[in-house]
Design a protein around this ligand. Structure first.
Ligand SMILES: [Zn+2]
Length: 62
């Protein structure tokens, strides 16, 4: 299996790893019940998705 001929400098290593940071999970406030929920997902406490669509409790497997 081929291996790199020369080691990479700390500068190139750092440049590569500059994209490795993870960002905190974002949350939005549910307009139906006010609890925090993940955007584009059903609310975990009330099941609200969007106007006209609300999942009743028990439809999610937890
Ligand atoms: Zn809710």
């Amino acid at each position: 299996m081929p291996v790199p001929a020369f080691r990479q400098s700390r500068s190139r290593q750092g440049k590569r790893r500059s994209h490795h940071a993870i960002s905190a999970t974002r949350a939005v406030v549910c307009p139906n019940c006010g609890n925090p929920k993940l955007p584009h997902a059903a609310c975990r406490s009330c099941g609200y998705v969007r106007p006209g669509l609300q999942l009743t409790k028990g439809t999610r497997d937890e």
